[in-house]
Write a protein that binds this ligand. Sequence first.
Ligand SMILES: Nc1nc2c(ncn2[C@@H]2O[C@H](COP(=O)(O)OP(=O)(O)O)[C@@H](O)[C@H]2O)c(=O)[nH]1
Ligand SMILES: [Mg+2]
Length: 357
Amino acid sequence: MNFALFGYPKTGKTTLFNLLTGAKIDVKSYADGKKELNRRTCPIPDFRLDKIWALYPEKNKIPASIDFIDLAGISYGDVKDSSYLNYLRNADALTHVVRGFYDAQISHPKGKISPKDDILSMEEELILADLVSIESRLEKLEKELKRAKTAEGEKEKELLERLHSHLEEGRGIREAPLSPQEDKLLRSFAFLSQKKLLHMINIDEKDIPLIENPEKIYPSDKKGIGVVAFCGKIEMEILELEGEEKADFITEYGLHELSASKFLKASYDLLKVITFFTIGKDEVKAWTIQENTPALKAAGSIHSDIEKGFIRAEVISWEELLQHSSFQAAKEKAAVRLEGKDYPVQNGDVLYFRFAK
Ligand SMILES: Nc1nc2c(ncn2[C@@H]2O[C@H](COP(=O)(O)OP(=O)(O)O)[C@@H](O)[C@H]2O)c(=O)[nH]1
Ligand SMILES: [Mg+2]
């Protein structure tokens, strides 16, 4: 999975990138307008993986991971022409970092701190960028169709025109009803307003009482959009602390959960992904897949040969596995089930795929 952190200038993108990835990029020394782009691949902490691995300490533990990129700020109105458009298009999900903190030293380009206005403005800009792509495709397509009419071309034109009207009403493609075929046809466009979007509001210290209720800052019931609040400043201070002092500070500020953990929960929810585990010869590994993925496809996410030669999946939930000393011991107690290719893999399943080589 890859996430792009983006937003207007000086909202706390690099601060959040540090909090999510443990990178220590200096946020003070960057001059205005520096086009830094930071990348990190981050293991996803998972206590279930830790517990399974504890049964096999001689093996390697391989967590699932997320790729993050942190883009420099994009000025108001510039998204559609941004040199970062391709980074946004290539992301599996967009993380919009929104300024909610007050600081007289750090000017806001609009002179007013309003997370809600900035969120609405960014949602509009994503829609606008998609309108521009659709218009340019339609222009080419109309020329092609004039030269030679094809049924496929007509279908694409009809779909793009429909989406154009939808976008013009200010609604993202996430909210457009699409058939599976239409969805497939649109994939290569990588529309921004079709991507899952998580607004991460970097709130002010004085607003910490709102941190668990970000919907009070921005009520969003739009499909595929999530909102999380965090406080970059306090969390940066927490990073400097250790042990008891750290725990005390967290409680003192009324932070129940840090941004990294909130981010992961909200993203898994939004992307509708789950985790399954495998115990291989040398490694205990976590994998991320879409909810309701059939066993056959889950096998394919590991290796196409396993999908091709798929026979059966041996399945046990991680909790049940822990009641035994190993997968083998669980099998001997008949606690491991055999499932076929259509079995929808469940969050926390431990799987062993039988396949013909
Ligand atoms: N007061 C305050 N300053 C912050 C907060 N988060 C980030 N900053 C400061 O805002 C400036 C820009 O932060 P940075 O993370 O580089 O933002 P970016 O330009 O969006 O990547 C830096 O000086 C940060 O220290 C916050 O929650 N409160
Ligand atoms: Mg930055």
